[in-house]
Structure formats: C-alpha cells, structure tokens
Design a protein around this ligand. Structure first.
Ligand code: PBG
Length: 336
C-alpha cells in the first residue's frame, strides 16, 4: 500500500504546468507578429541612421533607411508602422507651421514607404510637438494651450498626412473634440476609409523622456503637459475619454504608457469592447535596455513577458520599439 498524501490534495494546479506541451495546451494568451506596430523616427538628409542616446538599439532613419525598415517589417510579418519626424530646428516655430507643409519630412516619408511597401499599414501621429519651437502639442497663448484653435490646425495636419498616404490617423495631442473634427474633415475630403486610432487615455508621464530626445523636443519643452494629458491618479476618467472618442468616430483606442497602466488597458477594453491598443513608450523601452545592459535582467525574456502581459490585459495590438526584435523572436520559435 502506498502512503496516503499527508495533504490529501484533490486540486493540483501544478499538473497543468508539468511539461512544456501541457503548458502550451492550457495557454490562454498568445502574442503573434499580427499584434505589433513598429514606431520609427525619421530624419532629414542622407545619413542612413543616427543613434538615439537614450534609446539603445533605436536609430533615427533617413527616408531611404525608413523604406528599408518597412521592407524588413513586411518580411517579418509586422502589419503596421508608426512614423515620427525629427523636424530640423530651423523649421520649428510657435505655431508648428511645418506640420501643414505637404512636403514636410513626415509626408515625404509616408509617400516613400507607401510607394515602396504598399502592404505595410502606416500610422501617422497628429500633434504639433515635433514641429513647435516650445515643444507643446498645441498652440499657446502665454502658458495656456489653446484647445479649439489647436483642433483647427490638427484637422489640417491630419488631411496633409492622409493625402500623403497615411492609413491610420493617430491623434496624440489630447485636445478635446479633435477626433470628431478630424473624422468630419476626412470624410468631407474623400478619406472615409482612413481610420482614426485615438490616443484616448494618454497620461502626463515621466516615461516619454527618451521620445522627446528622439524627435528633438526635449530641450525645448517649457513646463509640462498636465493641462491636456491625463493625471496618472485617475482611472474612471479614462473610460469617459474613451467613450467620448468612440462617440466622435474613433475606430480604435489607445492607452499610453503601457506597463504602469495595465489596469487602464484592461478597463478600457472591457468597458468599450472597441479595438484597443497600448503604447509601450520610450521610457519603458529604455528601462528594460538599461537593466539588461547592467546585467540585471535577460532582455529577451523580459521583452516577451512584458509584451505578453499587454495581450493578457486585453490589448488587440501593441506599439513597441521592440517590434522587430519580438517578430524575429516569434519567427525563431515558430521555425524551431
Ligand atoms: C507626442 C507624442 C509623445 C509620444 C508619442 N506622441 C510624447 C509626448 O506626449 O510628450 C511618446 C511616445 C514614447 O514615449 O515612446 N504627442
């Protein structure tokens, strides 16, 4: 007779963790390359790539190099890219006028990528911070960010980007009413098929620092963005913002930053049922890189765990600077 278990356990959840095949069998969430959006930074000139000091492994790309990146994305199975310009300092002004130039860096990048790699979806960020001399996302009167005046400019910016080939307009400015205004203008100008992915719940965050270096707005930024980006103490307000954006015609929602806001991501998805995206922002990327290069964590394992956590929390897709690395990892394990 075998000894009875002293614990006499009926339930042993460890049984389903015993082997890799069993863990695969009971796995609830699986990330694929279809879930990835790759944000890239473009710069003027012929220098193919220039490293961004605060984002190890991420470079600003010339337009030609951005086209190559798009080919790489397509080969890896990444569905879409988000493009951000580093506007030359002499073209930045108080009103962000360069945002409305149909031949600005952003529009030339969109056109070049669309022409060369039409199968890649192109996400265009709408906000004025890469174009303003003060680094804010909107027009200013003294210290005040003007809402309605800014929305009028954002509408023109969105149209310029749609004409250049943007498939998805992504307003990241957090002005009130901009989604409705952009939707109406896109429809009126024959762009009914251009989608809007709204940065609905975008928090005023310390994690955007490296991005501001990448687009060259960090040194310029006067003050903070707390009068338009959300207070990180608030959660229900994110649901209110998401509802307003959907009512105004947003096709997709976004929560940003990512990892510190998994609760918001989960709630927005559960509450709205709308396609919901999350942005693993520059500071999150930089933290993982810094910890890995200090020998504190394994970068690949931390990347996979973190991106899977977004999926588990309800994300339909993830904007991440790890997109090509994650896609390579997924393709490697698929072929192993
Ligand atoms: C600008 C914008 C920001 C990011 C995306 N669009 C920065 C900001 O709001 O200051 C941040 C992305 C990142 O940190 O990776 N409207």
């Amino acid at each position: 007779m075998t000894n009875p278990s002293p614990l006499d356990l009926i339930h042993r959840p460890r049984r389903t963790r015993r082997t890799e095949w069993m863990r695969r069998l009971v796995r609830e969430n699986v990330l694929t390359t279809n879930d990835l959006i790759w944000p890239i930074f473009v710069q003027e000139g012929d220098v193919a790539r220039e490293p961004i000091a605060t984002m190890p492994g991420v470079d600003r790309l010339s337009i030609a190099a951005a086209v190559e990146a798009a080919r790489e994305a397509a080969a890896l199975g990444i569905p879409a890219m988000a493009i951000f310009p580093n506007t030359p300092p002499n073209l930045r002004d108080e009103r962000g006028s360069e945002a409305l130039n149909p031949d600005n860096l952003m529009c030339r990048a969109l056109r070049a990528i669309k022409a060369a790699v039409p199968e890649i979806g192109l996400v265009a960020d709408v906000a004025l911070d890469p174009y303003t001399s003060h680094g804010h996302d909107g027009l200013m009167d003294g210290d005040v960010i003007l809402n309605d005046e800014t929305v009028a400019v954002l509408v023109s910016q969105a149209l310029v980007q749609a004409r250049a080939g943007a498939d998805i307009i992504a307003p990241s400015d957090m002005m009130d009413g901009r989604v409705g205004a952009i939707r109406a203008a896109l429809d009126a100008e024959g762009f009914a098929d251009v989608s809007i992915m709204s940065y609905s719940a975008k928090y005023a965050s310390a994690y955007y620092g490296p991005f501001r270096d990448a687009v060259g707005s960090a040194a310029k930024l006067s003050g903070d963005k707390k009068t338009y980006q959300m207070d990180f103490s608030n959660a229900s307000e994110a649901l209110h913002e998401a509802e307003l954006d959907l009512a105004e015609g947003a096709d997709m929602l976004m929560v940003k930053p990512g990892l510190p806001y998994l609760d918001i991501l989960h709630r927005v998805k559960a509450h709205t049922g709308a396609p919901t995206f999350v942005y693993q922002v520059s500071g999150e990327y930089a933290m993982l890189q810094a910890a890995a290069s200090a020998g504190m964590i394994d970068l690949e394992k931390a990347m996979v765990e973190t991106l899977t956590a977004f999926k588990r929390a309800g994300a339909d897709g993830i904007l991440t600077y790890f997109a090509p690395a994650m896609a390579r990892y997924l393709n490697k394990i698929k072929n192993a």
